[in-house]
Design a protein around this ligand. Structure first.
Ligand code: ACM
Length: 266
């Protein structure tokens, strides 16, 4: 199968402008089976307040942006994971959606909010779901989730073979160094689709990437400017959890020794 990312700059609070920017970039991904787009792709990121973020948000079941993505998936028989500014009742979530030719298949709401996101979004309340997507199992994380190894581990233990990671990364280089290691430590494929450009004081760091289960970087984007990559992979590689002939990544774990991971700090 073929994995792809689209790196670009969504237009802040201007969905139609974002769609027009995205259209030619998605066309460059023709032939991909799964395409990953950046975080908060339908709205942009750096809102001056919650009201402005809310005005640019959409409902999961009634979204012009998702409708646009489904149209592309129908045309090219593929799936897309995208960041999505989601309005649900009075709450906003920093969500990742998985859509296909028949419509949306699922969503994940960012668990670990970064800096001022805490003033705007509600922390995720849908856990860490894994979705069947044709022959592969897909998990999703959003941007700053990258620094929590527990989240990657849970997705792998639930069977995720490809972890899609829409991002708006601002800390230079850190996630881009860590993501291939998470891929290696969990023996999964990872697609990080980061954004570029500036919004107010924030500069987004690009360098979107696709990493394989051995931590090898199969594609990487420049730090600036729009970029796409389409890479052929064999998902079977993510199902082989043997590290040596006598070491299995899951069977060799010692969960009884890991209780501290789930204890609440005093
Ligand atoms: C981030 O989580 N958008 C840095």
């Amino acid at each position: 199968m073929r994995l792809a990312y689209v790196q670009f700059a969504p237009a802040l609070a201007d969905l139609e402008a974002t769609i027009e920017r995205l259209r030619p970039l998605l066309e460059q991904c023709e032939g991909a089976d799964l395409i990953v787009l950046p975080e908060l792709c339908n709205s942009g990121y750096n809102f001056s307040g919650r009201d402005r973020a809310m005005a640019a948000a959409e409902q999961f079941g009634r979204s012009r942006f998702i409708e646009f993505l489904v149209g592309y998936c129908r045309k090219y028989d593929c799936h897309i994971v995208s960041g999505f500014n989601e309005l649900d009742g009075d709450s906003l979530y920093n969500t990742a959606v998985l859509v296909g030719p028949d419509g949306p298949l699922g969503r994940y709401r960012k668990l670990h909010l970064f800096k001022d996101e805490k003033d705007i979004f509600t922390p995720g309340n849908l856990g860490l779901p894994v979705f069947d997507c044709g022959p592969v199992k897909i998990g999703m994380l959003v941007c700053f989730d990258w620094i929590f190894p527990e989240a990657w581990r849970v997705l792998m233990l639930k069977g995720a073979e490809i972890i899609c990671h829409p991002a708006n990364l601002v800390l230079p280089g850190l996630a881009q160094r860590a993501v291939p290691v998470h891929a290696m430590m969990n023996r999964v494929f990872v697609v990080t689709a980061n954004r570029v450009g500036r919004e107010g004081p924030l500069t987004f760091t690009g360098m979107s990437l696709i990493a394989d289960p051995l931590g090898r970087v199969l594609a990487v984007a420049p730090q600036e400017g729009p970029h796409t990559a389409v890479v052929e992979i064999d998902p079977q590689q993510a199902r082989d959890k043997m590290i040596t002939t006598r070491n299995h990544l899951i069977a060799d774990r010692r969960p009884a020794e890991y209780a501290a991971l789930v204890e609440k700090p005093a």
